[in-house]
Design a protein around this ligand. Structure first.
Ligand SMILES: [Ca+2]
Length: 270
């Protein structure tokens, strides 16, 4: 499946051919946040500096549903309990997830925008013939959301316009792309975010799914991961995931993987 070549799909594109820090989460959020607040945040907006865990702002984002609405809800809260709401902090350029960064003393947290280093081992296992990987960030125009939804066969929200695709390039051109899928699951103890790397060919057909950070053992099993191979986005919805995965969670997984595959298709274009 290919995107319609007659429409210019991508309005913002930037390539980064090297990466400076480990990837810890879903970099799509960075661009989304930047567009909303005109602030180029880095990983420590949501993560503890130098560690993989979430800070108070990141935890609030996950607990409130990992969406555009969640970011709005967080604006009024003082998650890091430093006496300022997130909105006040963002307006002043301080970190709403770090109590040592306040409007009076924001610190140096904004000095490293987009510090991202995807796991090359995972990328190489998806595209063994790739010679190099580059990052493509793009924002789809709002009017293309309906087409996106049609290809993915899943409900698309505004946030899904923010693409983050790692392109795999070989001697003859683009071999495909990879994108991070966030699968949020909620239980009595709170919300947990599972992160997968979904790789697809230039037309959006899945070539591989790899666990990046997952909370269930089944998510690491090859029998589960292989279920998605060679599927088109609209075929993903029709498969039945094994019973330990609750129907609601299965729906989230399928929708997120289908969106990733579609984003790769649309990012690479015709
Ligand atoms: Ca703060």
């Amino acid at each position: 499946m290919r995107s319609d070549p007659s429409t210019p799909f991508v309005t913002f594109v930037a390539f980064f051919t090297f990466f400076t820090f480990p990837l810890r989460a879903l970099p799509q959020f960075q661009k989304f946040f930047e567009d909303k607040y005109q602030l180029q945040a880095n990983c420590t907006l949501c993560h503890l500096a130098g560690r993989s865990g979430l800070n108070d702002y990141g935890r609030g984002f996950v607990d409130n549903g990992l969406s555009a609405a969640a970011i709005d809800a967080l604006a009024k809260m003082d998650l890091d309990k430093d006496g300022y709401s997130s909105a006040q902090e963002i307006a002043a350029g301080s970190n709403p997830g770090d109590s040592s960064s306040t409007p009076k003393n924001a610190g140096g947290w904004l000095k490293n925008p987009y510090p991202v280093r995807p796991d090359l081992k995972l990328l190489n296992s998806s595209f063994p013939d790739a010679e190099r990987f580059t990052i493509l960030r793009a924002v789809l125009p709002k009017e293309d959301l309906a087409r996106f939804q049609g290809i993915a066969g899943a409900v698309i929200e505004d946030f899904d316009r923010y693409l983050f695709v790692i392109l795999a390039k070989g001697s003859k051109g683009v071999l495909g792309g990879s994108s991070y899928a966030g699968v949020l699951e909620k239980d009595s103890r709170g919300a947990k975010l599972n992160v997968f790397l979904v790789s697809a060919n230039p037309n959006g057909k899945i070539v591989r799914v790899e666990p990046v950070r997952v909370w269930r053992s089944i998510f690491k099993k090859s029998s589960f991961l292989k279920m998605f191979r060679d599927l088109w986005p609209d075929e993903i919805n029709r498969i039945k995931l094994p019973a330990p995965i609750e129907p609601e969670l299965a729906g989230v997984i399928k929708a997120q993987f289908a969106k990733c595959a579609t984003q790769i298709d649309l990012a690479i274009g015709p």
